[in-house]
Write a new protein. Structure first.
Lengths: 172, 167
């Protein structure tokens, strides 16, 4: 009897965790895979893995733990892109050049394409930084790199994006 | 490029980056996650924990029957055949002798242990007639028969042959 009550309480705690963090896990996954369907699959796999291993009961930093688990699953799921140069060739993305798109009305979509063209080592910290509630320290925990490295990579990614946008702006 | 333009680009970049991962899931994600977990961890398809006991019991039963019927496990004796190497071949590398397996199953038949040895044989016709005679004949006849048997048992004395010397 006591065992049943304990199992029910455990189920309720896990359901509350899913309710509380599923949106956050989904957004972390989306930052990596950039696809709604795959992001949902990653979110489900993340919670399924936690449930099976029972690791969710010993989490100290809940967000960092969930983000790291989701990030690993998402990275495994993301198809391996061919190695890209550190300064991406923006011309190769669309029939319309990304710079043109960036200065057009659909500014955000164009910037997103520029970000997608970045190398993964720069794109992922930048994308995770865009997920609210994740700071540089937490991103470092997620990716398994130092906090300083995270800041450096984010700064470098922003510099590349700004240079591309400014040079295009000056040409116009 | 003026500073205002740079600030404007910076601001637009921040807005665009903020929306980069701002993707909302379809409504009901927690419910779908929990449904998936319940579907994947449902105990319906899982075997009960005692399932392994059934084949184990069958194996034990079979082994018991085998031991009861055969008594002794089939014994295999490995006999290593040592080959004699000819003098001419002594320099060549010796080949390992292949082990020969001899099966003694058919030779070792265990005979049943008898309560009386030798086993009692059925009475022959002569013995039966003698028994009938002993039970029916008068005492004088029995005594005569016993005397006759003793006489027949006594060794026959043969007198020494005396050969007369030739004259």
């Amino acid at each position: 009897m006591a065992r049943r009550e304990e199992a029910a309480a455990r189920e309720a705690r896990f359901a509350a965790l899913v309710e509380r963090q599923s949106r956050f896990v989904y957004r972390v996954a989306y930052a990596v895979v950039r696809n709604a369907h795959d992001s949902e699959d990653v979110a489900q796999e993340t919670f399924l893995k936690l449930y099976r291993t029972g690791a969710w009961e010993d989490m100290r930093d809940e967000k960092a733990f969930l983000a790291r688990t989701a990030w690993r699953i998402a990275v495994d799921r993301r198809p391996k892109a061919p190695s890209q140069p550190l300064t991406p060739d923006l011309q190769s993305h669309d029939s319309q050049s990304p710079e043109d798109a960036a200065v057009s009305a659909d500014w955000s979509a164009a910037v997103h394409r520029l970000v997608d063209a970045l190398p993964e080592e720069l794109r992922q910290p930048l994308a995770l930084a865009a997920v609210e509630e994740l700071n540089s320290r937490e991103i470092g925990q997620v990716m398994g790199i130092a906090e300083g490295t995270v800041r450096t990579r984010i700064m470098r990614a922003r510099q590349i994006l700004k240079q591309k946008l400014e040079s295009r702006h000056e040409q116009r | 490029m003026s500073n205002d333009e740079r600030d404007k680009i910076e601001s637009l970049l921040d807005d665009a980056l903020a929306s980069y991962s701002r993707q909302e899931p379809r409504p009901g994600l927690p419910r779908r996650v929990l449904d998936r977990i319940h579907a994947d961890t449902a105990p319906g398809l899982a075997f009960p924990r005692w399932t392994w006991a059934v084949p184990l019991a069958a194996c034990l039963l079979w082994a018991g029957i085998f031991w009861t019927r055969h008594g002794v496990t089939p014994e295999r004796v490995q006999v290593t055949q040592v080959s004699q190497v000819a003098a001419a071949r002594e320099t060549a590398p010796a080949r390992p002798a292949s082990p020969r397996i001899v099966d003694h199953r058919h030779k070792r038949k265990v005979l049943p242990r008898l309560p009386q040895f030798p086993a009692p044989a059925p009475v022959t016709n002569d013995e039966r007639a003698l028994l009938a005679f002993v039970t029916r004949a008068p005492k004088e006849a029995q005594a005569a028969l016993i005397d006759a048997q003793q006489l027949s048992v006594e060794p026959i004395r043969i007198e020494e042959i005396k050969i007369q010397p030739l004259q």
